[in-house]
Ligand binder design. Structure first.
Ligand SMILES: [Zn+2]
Length: 375
């Protein structure tokens, strides 16, 4: 397979590549592989395998086996892409990508405070840096000690004004095909919405959230929707009435949430009847419809004596499934299951012999070009 190996380092690269491929592509070894990935994530404080691992490796005093192997392969310009969904929820801009010159002390501080993403430190529209007090509250953690160095760095070097505007606001670096996501219409300004129903996936509770938009606040860079939280009623209520069992899929009947931990107390609305309010970036939302009050589909649940209810035109399982797929697409998680867990980039072949062949050529061409750099 490697006909021209005449260098010890090449031999090492070959053996490392083989062991990694074996580790990630053997069913019985896969749990160990995932564990090693967890360790790597903990080490580099970066979710998954970074595009250029060499940038971060210097911050680790005793790198793990996986970190060392990946660094070696990276020197040969071989990058390994995971085909299983390995991700850490909570955001998509790693702090270590935003602040490039962190010390190992800063890494230690971020790790101990469980802060991995910039999304944990900024306003929900991605434009403003929160205060340290707000960061503590948002992350449900009363960190002891003074404000960390890396946070001072953000405050001093990465904000523009007294209003804590970020120099580089977080942008949504994804685009979802329209067939998947039906984003609410956006117009500049602050608008009340009368009949806009949306759903989105909430990663921390691993469920979809349904809401009726109250207000949409849009400027040229971002848009936020403030919504009243609605929850599905327990379908066992319906089972009591036999007449509903005839329908093949159970209807999604929504009632206002009377207040849960998602409620954002900082939002003060004009309407005091709203008990649970959530604010979300508008381009994470998908719209759906409910039946008009005069529609038979709505009227037929009148005898449930609910004070206020709406009936979705789509069933709950559809909305849940759709919310989750959009979430996965937004986070660039590949959901197609492949027989192999780890594949070299640019190789579309699932045959491991082909992968090895591909690697051989890649290594050989890299060796001839870069051998001086690594010796
Ligand atoms: Zn709620």
């Amino acid at each position: 397979m490697f006909p021209h190996i005449d260098n010890l380092l090449d031999l090492l690269v070959k053996s490392q590549t083989n062991s990694l491929l074996a580790l990630f592509n053997t069913d019985t070894l896969r749990p160990i592989a995932i564990q090693k990935l967890d360790m790597l994530t903990q080490e580099l404080w970066y979710p998954g395998i970074s595009r250029d691992i060499n940038k971060y490796i210097g911050k680790i005093s005793t790198p793990s086996y996986l970190a060392k192997s990946l660094t070696l392969l990276e020197q040969y310009q071989i990058h390994l892409d995971l085909t299983v969904s390995y991700s850490i929820i909570g955001g998509h801009t790693p702090v270590v990508d935003y602040l490039l010159n962190l010390s190992s002390q800063d890494y230690k501080s971020l790790r101990s405070k469980r802060i991995m993403y910039l999304n944990q430190l900024v306003s929900s529209d991605g434009n403003y840096l929160l205060t340290w007090e707000e960061v503590k509250r948002l992350n449900n953690n009363n960190f002891k000690g003074p404000k960390p160095k890396w946070f001072n760095l953000l405050e001093n070097d990465f904000t523009l004004s007294n209003y804590r505007t970020l120099t580089y606001p977080l942008t949504d670096n994804y685009s979802i095909p329209a067939r998947l996501q039906n984003i609410p219409e956006q117009t500049i300004g602050s608008h009340k919405k009368l009949n806009e129903w949306t759903y989105h996936w909430n990663a921390s509770i691993q469920n979809c959230i349904i809401g009726k938009t109250y207000l949409q606040d849009t400027d040229t860079r971002s848009s936020i929707s403030i919504m009243e939280h609605y929850i599905p009623i327990n379908n066992s209520l319906l089972a009591i009435d036999l007449s509903f069992q005839s329908s093949c899929s159970s209807p999604l009947i929504l009632v206002p949430c009377s207040g849960c931990h998602l409620n954002d107390h900082s939002l003060i609305l004009q309407d005091a009847r709203i008990r649970c309010t959530i604010s979300v970036r508008t381009n994470r939302l998908s719209v759906f419809n409910t039946f008009h009050r005069s529609n038979q589909e709505h009227k037929k649940y009148a005898n449930l004596s609910l004070k206020k209810y709406f009936v979705s035109t789509k069933p709950l399982h559809f909305i849940r499934y759709s919310a989750h797929s959009i979430y996965l697409a937004q986070h660039n998680i590949n959901t197609t299951l492949s027989p192999s867990t780890l594949m070299p980039t640019n190789s579309h072949s699932s045959n491991s012999d082909d992968i090895i062949k591909h690697l051989t050529t890649t290594i050989q061409s890299a060796v001839t070009r870069d051998i001086k750099m690594i010796t």
